[in-house]
Ligand binder design. Structure first.
Ligand code: 13P
Ligand code: SF4
Length: 305
């Protein structure tokens, strides 16, 4: 049952001819009013297909909303809380990529979508946690500059013959860094029949002890389709909220209930209402940067099809 504020938001959304996109880490109350929820790749693809809407409300972090703005230069994209930044995306400034390109001429530049628009403008192609291996293996170059997540770089390097050079050193997600091998061993012992799913942003030793390493979209698909009944989830806790709602017959347990992405939680129903009502806060990417970044985003979408 939707509450009064949620009903108000849905009414407002219709009046404004708006669409609400939300990442899988949004809180349950926002998940319930979103028109579309997804992982980073699914949100990019959805953002590339928006037609006939006057306003896009993006409930996610800065780089996601910026990617939607890059793909839709003529649409109004708003984010409910402008402070919703992904710290990892800020770890790789564009000038660091330019320096790395000079050190490794001839290397392809593959950037995780978790980067700022200025960094994307320096990339040959983007990737997400669900397609990184496919993207890297699609390239002609044998050497790849890859950043900013060192753990996704490690995951990819295990499944390619190409040389992966990580930029910057030590780029990481603080949320996925919280998981320890102890958390995974404890879950394995307590729930021996469960599938343990972890995100490729987790450290290599966590990935090695898990049953599956998947993006959030991959985890949703796995839980929906698996004959298993119990799942331990090694990613941000609100993915578990969505998994539980969509799989009421299954037991879904977070590997670590403290794994909370604080900036994802800055968006609230009140702020979503404000975003619709006042059409704020507008996400802008300057034309030159957007034009330079667009081809890397579009190339990723093309290769992912
Ligand atoms: P995905 O939803 O693409 O797996 O990414 C997780 C994440 O941390 C996004 O910032
Ligand atoms: Fe960034 Fe990590 Fe939050 Fe994802 S979970 S938005 S990578 S800080």
């Amino acid at each position: 049952m939707l509450n009064d504020l949620q009903k108000e938001i849905i009414k407002l959304k219709e009046e404004k001819n708006a669409i609400i996109l939300a990442h899988n880490y949004q809180t349950g109350d926002i998940q319930e009013i979103a028109d579309f929820m997804g992982d980073s790749l699914e949100l990019c693809i959805k953002a590339s297909e928006i037609e006939g809407k006057d306003l896009v409300v993006f409930c996610g972090v800065d780089f996601m909303a910026e990617t939607a703005a890059i793909l839709n230069p003529d649409k109004k994209i708003v984010i409910p809380d402008p402070q919703a930044e992904c710290p990892m995306a800020h770890m790789l400034p564009a000038d660091e990529i330019i320096k790395a390109k000079k050190r490794h001429p001839g290397a392809a530049v593959v950037l995780y979508v978790n980067t700022l628009a200025e960094a994307k403008a320096e990339a040959d192609i983007l990737c997400t946690s669900s397609n990184a291996v496919k993207i890297v293996n699609s390239l002609d170059e044998d050497t790849v500059l890859f950043g900013p997540d060192m753990n996704l770089a490690w995951y990819t390097s295990q499944q390619t013959d190409k040389e992966i050079i990580t930029i910057p050193e030590g780029g990481h997600c603080y949320v996925h860094k919280m998981f320890t091998t102890g958390d995974i061993f404890f879950s394995r012992e307590k729930y021996p029949d469960a599938d343990i799913l972890v995100h490729p942003e987790c450290d290599p030793e966590i990935q090695k002890f898990a049953d599956y390493v998947l993006s959030t979209g991959g985890m949703l698909k796995h839980v929906a389709e698996s004959p298993k009944k119990t799942f331990i989830i090694g990613t941000e806790v609100d993915l578990v909220t969505r998994l539980k709602r969509e799989n009421p017959d299954k037991t879904v347990i977070p590997a670590l209930s403290e794994a909370i992405c604080k900036t994802m939680k800055l968006h609230t129903l009140e702020k979503v209402k404000n975003a619709l009502l006042n059409e704020e806060y507008i996400v802008t990417v300057d034309d030159e940067t957007a034009d330079n970044a667009r081809s890397a985003v579009e190339r990723m979408i093309e290769v992912s099809k």
